[in-house]
Design a protein around this ligand. Structure first.
Ligand code: CAA
Length: 249
């Protein structure tokens, strides 16, 4: 039974998967704060109106998770405005897909900074508070492509595989202190990120998924709900696949 409303923070909270996670955690009874990138400012009014129409109150804080300084500032703002963070979902992520032959330093760096360095930058400011309060749920959104690699995604696959290494190490540091740390590895999920894949490539990918369809953001959010729950205190260091059978291990 939940004694108090937990505060959940979702980075990339206005994105395709992030939005579904915010909705689900709010429906589960958490206070929810979505963080968003400065470039998403123009989406803010419509996104907030849509959540209000669903009768969901979601806090919003701006910040660039690829910057150590801005992440620290952003999380300090979250704690100042909303209180101590109990659940952190590291969901912000980007792609810069191209073959190794064409990949530039900028494409490599952008993906490593936004998808991997960010989990350190955003988790660091809340970590000690979770340990000292004896409760925390950290959930890192990785990808099937971090588990099996993907043609055209050397940068993304490296970052997403790295995220789970971070999860396993931190899970050991938090295990005796009531803080669980887990990874969710979604497969191909219907969002703007996968809409950007060329149609012929997308069709080939879907034909290789045993369920023959992309996942829905809500199906990822359902796994987050499981890991974030107060009662779910004995799963840590896990990498939960939600991928329609695309990769099994
Ligand atoms: N395995 C082996 N060979 C492949 C291949 C694969 N998976 N995909 C393509 N090739 C081959 C092609 O057959 C082609 O061969 P030929 O030159 O002999 O014809 C060659 O490699 C070049 O392929 P493309 O025409 O696709 O090359 P391109 O430069 O036009 O495009 C690309 C490269 C942008 C990386 C494109 O292949 C692509 O978009 N791939 C999909 C990448 C992907 O899955 N991204 C996921 C985005 S969503 C996401 O990341 C969320 C998540 O977590 C799942």
């Amino acid at each position: 039974m939940t004694e108090k409303r937990r505060l959940a923070v979702v980075t990339g909270g206005m994105g395709g998967i992030g939005t579904a996670i915010c909705q689900r955690l709010a429906q589960d009874g958490c206070k929810v704060v979505a963080t968003y990138h400065p470039a998403e400012e123009e989406k803010l009014a419509d996104w907030s109106a849509a959540r209000a129409a669903e009768d969901l109150q979601i806090g919003l804080v701006k910040g660039d998770v690829s910057s150590a300084e801005d992440s620290a500032r952003m999380m300090a703002e979250v704690e100042e405005k909303f209180g101590a963070v109990d659940v952190l979902v590291n969901c912000a992520g980007i792609t810069r897909d191209t073959t190794m032959k064409r990949m530039t330093d900028e494409q490599w760096d952008a993906v490593i900074e936004t998808n991997l360095n960010s989990v350190f930058y955003v988790t660091k400011p809340v970590w000690e508070g979770m340990l000292s309060r004896g409760f925390g749920r950290i959930i890192n959104i990785s990808s099937v492509n971090g588990q099996r690699g993907q043609f055209g995604q050397a940068n993304y696959s490296a970052a997403k595989a790295g995220m789970h290494g971070f999860t396993m190490a931190l899970a050991q540091e938090g295990a005796a202190k009531g803080v669980t740390v887990n990874t969710i590895s979604p497969g191909y999920v219907k969002t703007a990120m996968t809409d950007a894949i060329r149609d012929d490539v997308k069709e080939a990918i879907i034909s290789g998924i045993p369920m023959r369809r992309m996942g829905l953001p809500e199906e990822i959010a359902s796994a987050i709900s499981f890991l974030a729950a107060e009662q779910q205190a004995y799963v840590t260091g896990a990498n939960i696949p939600v991928n329609g059978g695309l990769f099994m291990h």
